[in-house]
Design a binder for this molecule. Structure first.
Ligand code: HXC
Length: 270
């Protein structure tokens, strides 16, 4: 599979090479396109990383790819983790602390998605996505909370812009991601006093992602509607992730950081 970013993200980029040296990022959904590029950016800037996923092959392969990016960082795989079960995440947290020593940053990105119209969306299908996206995000914070509190850490949820509109065939995902935004906002208020920041990253259509493929969007047609006149890139996601975890964002909590070129303000959807 390989990685998307390379050394030029550091050598020709916007950030200090060792910005996250000595820090550890814990990434659920780390084998998926969005979360993997987030992990890539953090590792290239010196973070050690735990890649957490349900699918064992994909998770182990992603961790191997990521390790290749920077040899002086340590990347571990935590496969067979179902974010719907808090105990499952706790095991991954224990393994991470044992092998990497700490957790400073959490990316709660595990998500499920498929297109289904209301008439063909069963109660269990709706529940499955809400359980993975929303309950899974809650469980991820629950399991990492002691580490976050101890290290004055920072959480980044992966949200979406679907719920700003009424996107057909995405009822389950839109409802779940609206919940994720609400979860993040409330956590920002409750956990701010103990030094934990909580923000959401809300990608629009990002090229090369499973999300865009699944929505089967006509990317070229879409570009005309985007105020910034281009499709989002994985690098855009990487840059925003680094910013929100960096000291440059130390007074930023409880925000939903939309990376969609301004599209949602136009009333058009990705
Ligand atoms: C209708 C479907 C369906 C489909 C599954 N179901 N796929 N219904 N259309 N295409 C129904 C099943 O019939 C079942 O309901 C229920 O959903 C649960 O299905 P399971 O397969 O038993 O669940 P599970 O194994 O837990 O899998 C969860 C999943 C699956 C969400 C359904 O797709 C998954 O694991 N996805 C993880 C990977 C993934 O989707 N990544 C995409 C990330 S992209 P019944 O009633 O039959 O029991 C992304 C971008 C979002 O998230 C933003 C877009 C812009």
């Amino acid at each position: 599979m390989g990685t998307h970013l390379d050394q030029t993200f550091v050598s020709e980029g916007n950030w200090k090479p060792d910005l996250f040296a000595g820090k550890v990022v814990f990434v659920t959904g780390g084998a998926g396109t969005i979360c993997k590029v987030q992990a890539e950016a953090m590792i290239l800037l010196g973070a050690n990383a735990a890649i957490v996923g349900r699918n064992p092959d994909k998770t182990i392969e992603a961790a191997k790819d990521l390790q290749e990016l920077r040899k002086d960082c340590k990347v571990i795989a935590c496969p067979n983790v179902d974010v719907r079960k808090v105990e499952s995440i706790k095991q991954a947290v224990d393994k991470t602390v044992e092998e990497l020593g700490r957790i400073d940053f959490v990316i709660a990105g595990a998500a499920g998605n498929f297109l289904a119209d209301f008439n063909h969306l069963s109660s269990n299908a709706f529940k499955s996505v809400v359980d993975i996206d929303l309950l899974g995000s809650f469980n991820t914070v629950k399991a990492t909370f002691n580490q976050l509190r101890q290290n004055k850490g920072s959480i980044l949820f992966v949200s979406a812009t679907l719920h700003y509109y009424g996107i057909p065939f995405q009822i389950h995902v839109g409802a779940a991601k609206a919940g994720v935004d609400a979860l993040s906002n409330a956590l920002a208020v409750e956990l701010g006093p103990v030094g934990i920041r909580s923000n959401c990253l809300a990608p629009g259509g990002i090229e090369g992602t499973e999300g865009l493929q699944r929505l089967k969007r006509n990317v070229q047609k879409n570009i005309e509607s985007v105020p910034l006149q281009r499709i989002g890139t994985r690098r855009d996601i990487a840059e925003s992730t680094v910013f929100l975890f960096s000291p440059a964002a130390s007074y930023i909590t409880g925000t939903v950081h939309v990376v969609d070129g301004g599209l949602w303000h136009t009333g058009h959807s990705a």
